[in-house]
Design a protein around this ligand. Sequence first.
Ligand code: C2E
Ligand code: CA
Ligand code: CA
Ligand code: CA
Length: 279
Amino acid sequence: AKQQGRNNYQYYDPTINSQVNNLLKIENLLHSALKQEELLLFYQPIVNVMTGKIVKMEALLRWQNPQLGFVSPQIFIPLAEENGTIVPIGEWVLQTACAQNKLWQEMGLLAIKISVNLSVRQFQQPNLVTTIINILEQTQLSPFYLELEITESVTMRDVELAKTILTELNKIEITLSMDDFGTGYSSLGYLKQFPFHTLKIDRSFIKDLTTSSQDLAIVNAIIALGKGLNLTVVAEGVETEEIKNLLKNIGCEYIQGYLFSKPLPAAEATKLLENHHLI
Ligand code: C2E
Ligand code: CA
Ligand code: CA
Ligand code: CA
């Protein structure tokens, strides 16, 4: 403890110190992650609850470092946003995800959309739309097969800018998905100003759905909102058969979650798509 003034003792928690050191170390290693080819994408299916068919795959970033092992995206993505490395990393994600979807199409597999998460920082790049168009040209993927997932914080940062960019993307047939819906702070009125195609209900409203009447009321309202605004609704984080059945009964069309599949490395995701006609 360090004495501050007369009777004020400030205690330092050594675990906080080592946590800070850890974050600094992670941040340092993050700078070379892309160049050292330590990044990879996993893919998680989004399924039509009526037919059980895969309609999309969400690309989820993974970082495997020789020293740190697998680092959770919840830890390294906020750091990458802070230090700006998310911009080149995000470009790599787009490029890799589009190339993977093109490869699946060339293999003759079920045609699906690939869904890619975009960060606020990428949105602030003046050349975002050009970058995306270039990647589509380079990978030869038709824009119809690319979906972008954006959280409310991205659209709320600068509403006019977001409207301009999203409208441009929508014009070239890229579909847009509002991620983590319900957790942000945007007013519902904004929703109609943006050309979204899909609402993703955050897992926090889904996980206790069978026991929480509040969550059920919220999810019902989001589904009704989606229907009214002509948006597709996806429930995230579906882990049990009971939750799936409940969602089906209240008219939620699409689900994503461990119940159907965890995010998988490319080779395993490919197998899932290959065997898909058997399901
Ligand atoms: P998100 O976009 O909301 O992605 C869904 C997260 O929920 C993923 O975590 C996924 O693995 C997890 N999940 C899916 N189904 C279930 C389930 O049934 N139960 C539980 N408990 N979890 C489930 P992940 O892969 O750790 O990613 C965390 C977050 O990191 C993502 O949340 C997203 O915000 C961010 N992220 C991931 N990849 C990228 C990326 O390429 N770019 C950007 N900007 N952000 C990314
Ligand atoms: Ca997402
Ligand atoms: Ca989400
Ligand atoms: Ca989430």
